[in-house]
Ligand binder design. Sequence first.
Ligand code: ZN
Length: 155
Amino acid sequence: MCQRFVMTSEHRPQKDWYSILESSPSDGLQDLKQKYQRLALMYHPDKQGPDVTVTEAEEHLHRFIEVDQAWKVLSNQETKRAYDLQLRASELNQSWPVDARVCLDDMTLDEDNEVYTYGCRCGGEFSIGREEAEEEEAIVCCDTCSLSIEVKRTT
Ligand SMILES: [Zn+2]
């Protein structure tokens, strides 16, 4: 139902970079680039016509800065990936409440595959990569139903 994902609970996306670029998460880099270039040109301080009011010019400058920030985040593979994960996590948090908090101690470590697993009450399974689990608190989705658990690090 939902894909496995990991998030850091304290990092929420503050801005919707995709809607700032008038795009969506399914857009490829080329699409994003085209949209960025079009918007950047439209709002660029040097490209404002003579009939643009001061208020409009300020708004456009603000948009230009946002568009530029959005492009910086989304054009870099690493920051885009991190942002996509945050986005998914916050969407899922809204629609799928966390079922339980589970300590890493209570999960089963599969040393061959380097993953921690935990049985869901639906009979499905929660699983999270060992490195991810040990690095930060994470929310993990069941591989079968819509439940998710919050995984706590062992202290
Ligand atoms: Zn389940």
